[in-house]
Design a protein around this ligand. Sequence first.
Ligand code: GLU
Length: 552
Amino acid sequence: MTNEERIELAELLFPNIKHDRAYYEEKYPERDLPEGAMVTRFGPSPTGFVHMGSLFGSFIDMTYARQTNGVFYLRIEDTDQKRTVENGVEGIFTDLDSFDICPDESTKVGGEYGPYIQSQRVDIYQTYVKDLIVQGKAYPCFMTEKELESIREEQEINKVRTGVYGIYAADRDLSIEEIKEKIANGDEYVIRLKSPGNPNNIIEFTDLIKGKMKFPESDEDFVLLKKDGVPTYHFAHAIDDHLMHTTHVIRADEWVSSIPKHVQLFNVLGFKLPNFCHHAPLTKKDEETGTIRKLSKRKDPEAAVSYYEEVGIPNDAVKLYLATILNSNFEEWYLENPDKSYQDFTFTFNKMAVGGTSFDLDKLTNISKTYFSRKSGEEVYEETLSWALKHDKEYAELLLANKEDMIKFLSIEKDGPRPRKDISKYSEVKEEFSYAIDSMFEEEDYSKFDGDKTYDTNLVLDYVNNYLDLDVDNEAWFNKVKEFAEANGYAASPKDYKKNPDDYKGHVGDICEAIRVMITGRLKSPDLFSIMKILGKDKILKRVELYNKKFN
Ligand code: GLU
């Protein structure tokens, strides 16, 4: 085709495209950012929700952009109608908002490089395709589904690669007359890239996470625009990441195999190649088969980001966990720096997992315990209250009515280098601190803690009435318990008891256990003396009597 014919063809195919490439290149100039600033993007399809794997992706995008004073933007990728659901965009914003993943630019907050939704960028894509047609680097292909099917069958029989390339690219060299005739005929067409690649050439490529890779060049005339004029993922990716000046394409590693196509496309379009960072999928051990598989929306409730809010795991704890799986050296740093936030850590691509990233709910729970342990009693109270107001109204009422004591209970064993680590979810505050609220305590069935074992109420009553002094320090209090133990035939320490078990009814620990069960309804609790001090003598006596009524 001559130059004139190509221009004629471009006009014939895109009569409504009036701008040229230069118009968009000027409209979206280089970003004015400090040296080293990363421009990252999250590109979800509007499926209505965010999968944990995607949340992880957006967390990576945001983290790197923030730590380099760059830009993190959200681009809705709605070129695939099959993946689009009604109100799908809204659902994505809701999920991201709930984790404070706040893009600097998006359909919601705007920005200079929009529109941030691909369906509104069709003119832009078509402008660049029109230009490729003029340059002879793309062409309309009229092959029908049937024809494509038949070449696939032929390729399978001949045991060669499937696809439209080389001799199989039947419409590559149609004349302008042939094309005009087909169009006049109403034949449908897609626009394909006229691939300049040769698979005998090997290209080298460096991924910032996966390292150096080698691929044969792509010679596939892959589709740029579909029949309806909407771009494929490949084409939209090249145009958008170029015009929006993405410096780091951070995406799931399912796209690695498309790299030869993307490298070629950027070259053909004359675009600078961004950095590519393909991150591993989140995986877990399948409970039934024991094999490692991808975290699945269908099988794993924890794959939905709404799960954490429902069960009461704080968003910040989830983010701490994401930071932990993002960089292998993060956790150690975090444990060594108890007063720092994850945002103070410098994340790097070379500490990211290359294979699968194991998503371990037990580990997340443990990190959440660390998160809670670093919060003051008052903070735990406030956060639990705001969670309960949404998810457990009845408990929220109780928290409001018992605020002062509740904060005191939640503050036990919070000082010192090893703060208490027992809560991983807001919902657990209710279970673990049931004794902190009288009405809940009274309803509790604490026989479940000790099977057949019952404790001697008279012994505890005697202690409370005659030995208990709450206005002393912990040591003096414990000395008194020991004194009481000895006066009643119990050893003052487990060690003494072990030496001569026949001489004693038990030891001081047994007495503490009896008190603990009677006043907290459980065998384990935070520091007993602190609990006793908050309850006060009257409540302690009431609780011992209640126990007596229930069990003796
Ligand atoms: N829309 C693509 C997806 O959902 C985004 C991939 C990318 O980040 O480039 O997989």
